[in-house]
Write a protein that binds this ligand. Structure first.
Ligand code: FAD
Ligand code: NAD
Length: 487
């Protein structure tokens, strides 16, 4: 009997996908579900040297970072907060080796799961590198260097992104690391520097701070999380500083040197030149689209001025029948945004007509409290001159949050003043990553604040803060004094 890997590979496919990250593997599986003969090429290898599908997200991104965030959050709960609710927990400490084993096991299970899903759906998974030639031909090179030419009726490019490097802090993989290295530190550094107070800086800075590092975060901008609602960003900054993250805004890193097993980082701020010595330094200053070696000069696909593959709203590139999705194209670099684009493209290739609603992409920062938002902020609406209404509700007045001893933060709902339609929801608080889903659903269905206010929410739940914020838009919150007069 033929083994799966011995089955001869076809040279012609309905669809060839390059990249098996969230954008690529979702596209490939949906294409196969829709009856299209599909191949998916991916070059990633796991720590065991075997193909590891799932891209950045499963191997070095969303999943391993959340494994460490969840574990380190439990540590803080047990170490610092159990006593407040009457639980005695002695000798609570960190077993970093076990924590890393847990993280690796989750990653292995999920990357193996993608390989299993490919097999179950009949996707030909091709470990190795893909390069787009002209006329939707793809040159596939396996990990032994063997090359063959494939041809697709359609091609989907989903090669993802890689960390940005900056000249003052060249990575050495030991003392100065990027996000991938920051997920693999072998011991808890006594002191840790992080460059960039963005999503990765805050999430991984929180992990190592909770595990015991003194963390200093150097951020170039004067504003903290400029894309976030100002009230929520301000409250989050206070909370993170209280937890011990020494976040320095308005700092420009000018250089670094590794001496005596320490990294000396020099930076400038409005008061002049400074330096700080740390045991490890994480550089988290953004990611860039990854197209190295992907595009033959005559393939017909163009890049925009920032190096992203140029696509329209339907993820069509300039080359007919060639699509691009995920981090390599415009828009937020988020796994779920890539997944939706992958599904949309697959269904369009199969003749269906879905669209991605780019106005309802949820964003989450998995700190504690979590920050989550969807849609427009009050500040954006002010800038565009659109009339709006706001309702908000603090978790400090929510019975379930009080019961859980987790009351930091608030829910804020922003509506169009004329139609009452919800245009943005902004949350700082426990399980904000879960709560934001109901806001996304409400916005997808064009709900008004009144619609949400008239919806029944289970009691006692954190979700009731969303309900109360919706009631607050019209001055009808029950569990707090309303700033607006009741109508
Ligand atoms: P990728 O996941 O980068 O996958 C691309 C794949 O294509 C890779 O396997 C790559 O090796 C392969 N490839 C590239 N070129 C070729 C080629 N020529 N031939 C063959 N294969 C190729 N997002 C969230 O939404 N939530 C989170 O919580 C979150 N946490 C993150 C934490 C960290 C530390 C990091 C770094 C990122 C995080 N992200 C998160 C972002 C998320 O990982 C990305 O948005 C997502 O992985 C992008 O998916 P993608 O499919 O476009 O690309
Ligand atoms: P980011 O864009 O979120 O943050 C980078 C930060 O570094 C910014 O605040 C920027 O002002 C700052 N910066 C840039 N250059 C600097 C310099 N020279 N000195 C000091 N500060 C500097 O990027 P990131 O945190 O690296 O994350 C990359 C991408 O990965 C993001 O687009 C994000 O969407 C995605 N990601 C998402 C999640 C999530 O969804 N929870 C988690 C991690 C990563």
């Amino acid at each position: 009997m033929l083994e799966y890997r011995d089955i001869p590979m076809a040279d012609k496919y309905d669809v060839i996908v390059i990249g098996a990250g969230p954008a690529g593997y979702h596209a490939a599986i949906r294409c196969a579900q829709l009856g299209l003969k599909t191949a998916c090429i991916d070059k990633s290898l796991g720590v065991d040297g075997k193909p590891a599908y799932g891209g950045t997200c499963l191997n070095w991104g969303c999943i391993p970072s959340k494994a460490l965030l969840d574990a380190s959050h439990k540590l803080v709960e047990a170490r610092d907060h159990f006593a407040e609710i009457g639980i005695k927990a002695r000798n609570v400490g960190v077993d970093l080796e076990q924590m890393m084993k847990h993280k690796a096991a989750v990653v292995k299970k999920l990357t193996g799961g993608v390989a299993g899903l490919f097999k179950a759906n009949g996707v030909d998974d091709l470990p190795g590198t893909g390069r787009l030639l002209s006329g939707r031909k793809v040159e596939y090179t396996d990990h032994d260097g063997k090359t063959r030419s494939l041809e697709g009726s359609s091609v989907i490019l989903a090669p993802g992104s890689v960390p940005v490097e900056i000249e003052p802090t060249p990575l050495d993989g030991e003392y100065i690391v990027d996000s991938t290295g920051a997920l693999e530190l072998e011991s808890v550094p006594k002191t840790l520097g992080v460059i960039g107070a963005g999503v990765i800086g805050l999430e991984l800075g929180s992990v190592w701070s909770r595990l015991g590092s003194d963390v200093v975060v150097l951020e170039a901008l004067d504003d903290f999380l400029p894309m976030v609602d100002r009230r929520i960003a301000g409250d989050a900054l206070k909370s993170f500083r209280k937890q011990g993250l020494d976040i320095k805004l308005g700092t420009r890193v000018t250089g670094s040197a590794v001496k005596n097993k320490k990294v000396e980082v020099s930076y400038k701020d409005k008061d002049g030149d400074h330096s700080v010595k740390v045991d490890r330094l994480i550089v988290a200053v953004g990611r860039r689209p990854f197209t190295d070696g992907l595009l033959a000069p005559d393939c017909g696909v163009n890049l925009d001025e920032r190096g992203f593959i140029y696509v329209n709203d339907l993820c069509e590139t300039d080359a007919p029948g060639v699509y691009a999705t995920g981090d390599v194209v415009r828009g937020p670099m988020l796994a779920h945004k890539g997944m939706e684009e992958g599904l949309m493209v697959a269904e369009r290739i199969a003749g269906k007509k879905p669209m991605v609603n780019y106005d309802a992409v949820p964003c989450v920062i998995y700190t504690h409290p979590e920050v989550a938002w969807v849609g427009r902020t009050e500040e954006e609406l002010k800038r565009s001159g659109d009339a709006f209404e706001v309702g908000s509700f603090p978790f400090a007045a929510n019975g379930r949050a009080m019961s859980a001893n987790d009351t930091e933060g608030l829910v804020k709902i922003v509506t169009d003043a004329e139609t009452d339609r919800i245009v943005g929801v902004h949350i700082l608080g426990p399980q904000a990553s879960e709560l934001i889903a109901q806001a996304v659903i409400a916005m997808e269905f064009s709900a008004s604040a009144e619609d949400l206010a008239l919806t029944m929410f289970a009691h006692p739940t954190l979700s009731e803060s969303v309900h109360e914020a919706a009631m607050g838009v019209h001055g009808h919150s029950i569990h707090m004094a309303n700033r607006k007069r009741k109508k």
